[in-house]
Unconditional design. Sequence first.
Length: 226
Amino acid sequence: MSITGIESTGASNNAANSGTRLAENFDTFLTMLTVQLKNQDPLSPMDSTEFTNQLVQFSAVEQQIASNKNLENLISVTQTNTKAQAIAYIGHTIEVAASAVPLQDGKAAFSYTLPEDARSITVAIKDTSGKLIANLTAKTAAGRTEMAWDGRDTTGKVVEDGAYKIEINATNAEGETMEVGTTVYGRVTDVASDSTETLIAMGKVVSKVEDILTVREKTTATAAAN
């Protein structure tokens, strides 16, 4: 998967478009006002209060548009900085909160966290269609456990690199299903950004840049788990 190089669209042109429309409306207003003044009854001149209020309203709208433009510029700068930071991650191993783990160069690593000791636990690796690929031996102790997968299926055959799903089922001493949190490790290969978010790819697994938990040296995913 390659998503590097998709350029950010930057801030929207809403403020610029609004400013153009305001200028056009203001020109129209001034033209109409001039015609009215030229054709007013000298014995009964126009009340200046109404068009004075309109001028004040135009000024207020203009100030709001200027504020919106400054805000859009600030958002654009923030997005650019976020993308620049994400590009620096390329080649590094990162950890994100996810249940899809990337198999890269035949290696994968992830972690799971149990809120308490489990009576039983199963850790399965499945492909994107839900087909079982491998069963891994897991610890039942409470807390965080880091694991590595060698990319082999249940028959010992090495499977292709790609995105695989971690499925963990654990029960506590009372036999109740436990909530299990997972994180995955992967080497960043690509970065993409648009006007709303910046995405990072670890092979075929894509996450948002704000989901990054840790960044490590340029090592393999398996080394990151050790």
